[in-house]
Design a protein around this ligand. Structure first.
Ligand code: CP
Ligand code: NVA
Length: 300
């Protein structure tokens, strides 16, 4: 049966746990000459309607390491930017390619791509979700601290961000408690919070959210497409920077994560992201390994 990966909920909790462990194994096998040729003579098409460094890099390198080739459409390249429909594009691309990786704005755009595609579609970030990031983040936690079940996790900043909303999905699936410290007006979608039941709690007190946390996470205060809202957003998020006094509220061995790109002096202080509790470089590298595990699951 053909499967897509549009949100974390497209996997079962068991599959998600297995995928994290498979990603660790693939990382250990990195450089092994007997690497899989899973994508030999196959093609991955990346359709990106927003900028990217890590996501493009990790998917294209994953494809190359699996023996496949990739075609990249940057924002404005394809006829979609001139009004060709997503459904027509999905039919054309999936008649030739074996996998579609799409980064877009409105989440329904990647859902439409999946609806009309004959091959698996991966959400490489939409306005609402960033599930590929979560695969790498869960792998990173697992490598540093073991199972995340029953851990206490804090997300500080923009609760409506795609990264936070995917963390809420993860809390329900992996059974940890997520405390989101976010100001009024930037709450996550209530339906996503409700689906996580008592695994997700909201507060407008960032230090309360961080108290006793095993992991502290943040994301940019103005994501892609929100650049014009910077003034009002920066005012709303004042007091929500992850700095050393905030990290001092967390557990002494708490980890710090950020999907990157990061803006030092805004959502995170340099002392934290460049400090000993930060695992952001592992997180970035793990995009490659976790997405290789995802490709195996969707293609094999
Ligand atoms: N974290 C992340 O998705 O980075 P890019 O926007 O560089 O792909
Ligand atoms: N929330 C950020 C994530 C970037 C990887 C954005 O959407 O721009």
């Amino acid at each position: 049966m053909m499967r897509h990966f549009l949100t974390l909920n497209d996997l079962s909790p068991t599959e998600l746990g297995d995928l994290v462990r498979r990603a660790v194994a693939l990382k250990q096998a990195q450089g092994d000459a007997r690497q899989s040729t899973l994508l030999h003579a196959r093609t991955m098409v990346l359709i990106f309607e927003k900028s990217s460094t890590r996501t493009r890099l990790s998917f294209e390198i994953a494809c190359a390491q699996f023996g496949g080739s990739s075609v990249f459409f940057s924002p404005g390249d394809s006829q979609m930017s001139r009004g060709e429909s997503i459904s027509d594009t999905a039919r054309i691309v999936s008649s030739m390619a074996d996998l579609i990786v799409m980064r877009t704005g409105a989440h329904e755009r990647v859902c439409t791509m999946a609806q009309y595609s004959r091959v698996p579609v991966i959400n490489a970030l939409s306005d609402d979700f960033h599930p590929c990031q979560l695969l790498a983040d869960l792998q990173t936690f697992y490598e540093h601290r073991g199972e995340i079940r029953d851990a206490r996790v804090a997300f500080i900043g923009d609760g409506s961000s795609n990264v936070c909303q995917s963390w809420i999905n993860a809390a329900a699936m992996m059974e940890f408690s997520l405390h989101v410290g976010t100001p009024g007006g930037y709450h996550p979608d209530p339906a996503i919070v409700a689906a996580a039941k008592d695994r997700c709690r909201l507060t407008d007190q960032p230090r309360e959210a961080a108290a006793g946390a095993d992991l502290v996470i943040t994301d940019t205060w103005a994501g892609m497409g929100q650049e014009k809202e910077k003034t009002q957003r920066f005012a709303a998020f004042e007091g929500f920077q992850v700095d050393n006094p905030l990290m001092a509220k967390a557990s002494p061995d708490a980890l710090f994560m950020h999907c990157l790109p990061a803006y030092r002096g805004q959502e995170v202080a340099a002392e934290v992201i460049d400090g000993p509790q930060s695992v952001v470089w592992d997180e970035a590298e793990n995009r490659l390994h976790a997405q290789k595990a995802l490709i195996e699951l969707l293609i094999s």
